[in-house]
Design a protein around this ligand. Structure first.
Ligand SMILES: NC(=O)c1ccc[n+]([C@@H]2O[C@H](COP(=O)([O-])OP(=O)(O)OC[C@H]3O[C@@H](n4cnc5c(N)ncnc54)[C@H](O)[C@@H]3O)[C@@H](O)[C@H]2O)c1
Ligand SMILES: O=C(O)C[C@H](O)C(=O)O
Length: 343
């Protein structure tokens, strides 16, 4: 038998073994903490993580309201043990021994606001939560949802550096909702089954910094015109604003974000548990461009980020998009770093 055939058989067998291992519920013990668990994203995300068989302990923290959310979710007959924690006094206990911390804490946008308008409030929230993470679970993977992600991830990195716990492989800006949207919009336009679709989304998570690479979408749809691709790109970049306007003052995406956050956390758990070839897009410390943080496909493994994929071949339209996003993304990253250094 050829070595390449042997290798691919080995990989099939490994996947089958993984599937049996996890579906039996016999995986390693994993604790997931959600900070901001009583909020619009936090509640449905708590529900979805309670349904995940890879989670053994689910720790729900917020400044208030979490005992109720935890009691409610805890009645679901799945294996994860749920505990609710409210108020700063209980933050340490909520975080202790966590493998993954998901952060949807902070204020959402109202119509007319940019994500950067949230900076003044959310930067401080993220800073204090990350300080507590560094103290109580310094080895956890951190999934940052709070906006503006282009700045909150650099803030988290600086806080961890100050505390001496920074590991760039363990800090993720959650940009999965951009991928979820790009897949949905592309499938509808191209007339292909949405479950089969893959679209990388790179850059950052705000307006033009969100760059979907439809030229790399699969299954490929040659029927789409340049105008179609431009419109799909714009809709993906404006997806958050579409929801903010439709909610008319009652917040931003919560349900689709909870779904996207749960998919991304599941990928992180699979990576930690040694499942091979887990690849998702995320905003991470990166050197694939001149910017210090950048979203692209990353392979997730036992240490968090195992590999950062390059951008791959880009269309002229995407090359232009890449150049156009750099100035704004650089400024948002620098704003986060400056805040963390000065506060
Ligand atoms: N990354 C993304 O793709 C994405 C998508 C949607 C929303 N978001 C962002 O997620 C954040 C939350 O959105 P939401 O709709 O859930 O808002 P929300 O107001 O409904 O919930 C936020 C929760 O955070 C809690 N909170 C505030 N300060 C806290 C602290 N110090 N510690 C713990 N919890 C605290 C609040 O009590 C509240 O329960 C916003 O910043 C929003 O912009 C990001
Ligand atoms: O748009 C927002 O403010 C929330 C979030 O970043 C989103 O993309 O839905």
């Amino acid at each position: 038998m050829r070595p390449s055939m042997l290798r691919s058989m080995e990989s099939v067998l490994r996947r089958a073994a993984d599937a049996r291992y996890f579906s039996s519920g016999a995986g390693p013990e994993r604790k997931v903490a959600i900070l901001g668990a009583a909020g619009g994203i936090g509640q449905p995300l708590s529900l979805l993580m309670k349904l995940n068989p890879l989670v053994s302990q689910l720790s729900l923290y917020d400044i208030a309201g979490t005992p109720g959310v935890a009691a409610d979710v805890s009645h679901i007959n799945t294996a994860a043990q749920v505990a609710g924690f409210a108020g700063e006094d209980q933050l340490g206990e909520a975080l202790k021994d966590s493998d993954i911390v998901i952060i949807p804490a902070g204020v959402p946008r109202k119509p007319g606001m940019t994500r950067d308008d949230l900076f003044n409030i959310n930067a401080g929230i993220v800073k204090s939560l990350c300080t507590a993470i560094a103290k109580h679970c310094p080895h956890a993977l951190v999934n940052m949802i709070s906006n503006p992600v282009n700045s909150t991830v650099p803030i988290a990195a600086e806080v961890f550096k100050k505390m001496g716990t920074y590991d760039e492989k363990k800090l993720f800006g959650v940009t999965m909702l951009d991928v979820v949207r790009a897949k949905t919009f592309y499938a509808a336009k191209a007339g292909v089954p949405v479950a089969d679709v893959n679209v990388p989304v790179v850059g950052g998570h705000a307006g033009i910094t969100i760059l979907p690479l439809f030229s790399q979408a699969t299954p490929s749809a040659n029927s789409l015109s340049h105008e179609d691709i431009k419109a799909l790109t714009k809709r993906t970049q404006d997806g958050g604003t579409e929801v903010v306007e439709a909610k008319a003052g009652k917040g931003s995406a919560t349900l689709s974000m909870a779904y996207a956050g749960a998919v991304f956390a599941d990928a992180c758990l699979k990576g930690l548990n040694g499942v091979p070839d887990v690849v998702e897009c995320s905003f991470v410390q990166s050197n694939i461009t001149e910017l210090p943080f950048f979203a692209s496909k990353v392979r997730l493994g036992k240490n968090g980020v195992e590999d950062i994929h390059g951008l791959g071949p880009l269309s002229d339209f995407e090359k232009q998009g890449l150049e156009s996003l750099k100035e704004e993304l650089k400024a948002s990253i620098e704003k986060g770093i400056k805040f963390a250094k000065e506060n």
